[in-house]
Write a protein that binds this ligand. Structure first.
Ligand SMILES: NC(=O)c1ccc[n+]([C@@H]2O[C@H](COP(=O)([O-])OP(=O)(O)OC[C@H]3O[C@@H](n4cnc5c(N)ncnc54)[C@H](OP(=O)(O)O)[C@@H]3O)[C@@H](O)[C@H]2O)c1
Length: 167
């Protein structure tokens, strides 16, 4: 369970997804936030990722670090993007496991990306009306996302406590 002083690492905190997560965590006054830019910590490098996790010992990880491009770049540099993302993801997942991270929020985004916005198997998944959906991450925390039909973009617009959820 997240506490106000839990050590929380937001990987990719300057990106679209990561910055939204960080903003919400800051609004929730979580005091143990940990961030690194890709220049400070290149998550493709296994040794660097492992020593970071060993030193910082995050308890919770929000995984939003990735090599992301537009449709053209994704298509043009397919092998490079796949390589970078496999390295980043493998290193974070393995270092998190080795250092006993309690929760790694990763599948939310990856599952949404792979299977779209309707995730009936998720805990308390439901439509919030219109193009909005939500699920419970655990007893206290929820995630909300929108999906515009006909577009592939899914926006996770809230990850935070149930009390402050925007519905
Ligand atoms: N945007 C969306 O609406 C959306 C929707 C669903 C899923 N997603 C998924 O969410 C993830 C993040 O997407 P995004 O749109 O937020 O991407 P983004 O804006 O391009 O941000 C990517 C972040 O990853 C970091 N990063 C990249 N390479 C890194 C490396 N080698 N080591 C450490 N950090 C690295 C970047 O750090 P620096 O800024 O420090 O370089 C940046 O903060 C992706 O898996 C994406 O597919 C996005």
């Amino acid at each position: 369970m997240l506490k106000q002083d839990s050590r929380i690492y937001v990987a990719g905190h300057r990106g679209l997804v990561g910055s939204a997560i960080l903003r919400r965590l800051r609004e929730g006054q979580f005091s143990g936030l940990i961030t690194r830019t890709s220049a400070e910590l290149d998550l493709r490098r296994q040794a660097d990722a492992e020593s970071f996790f060993e030193k910082e010992r995050p308890e919770f990880v929000f995984m939003a670090a990735a090599k992301v491009g537009g449709i053209l770049a994704n298509n043009t540099y397919r092998a490079d993007f796949i390589y970078q993302n496999i390295m980043i993801q493998s290193n974070v997942i393995h270092a998190a496991w080795k250092n006993e991270v309690k929760k790694l929020l990763f599948l939310l985004i990856e599952d949404l990306k792979a299977d779209g916005p309707i995730q009936k198997s998720w805990h308390n998944f439901s439509s919030l009306g219109g193009n909005k959906y939500h699920c419970h991450l655990n007893y206290r925390y929820v995630a909300c996302w929108t999906h515009n039909k006909g577009e592939i973009e899914i926006e996770v617009y809230y990850v935070g406590s149930r009390e402050k959820a925007p519905y």
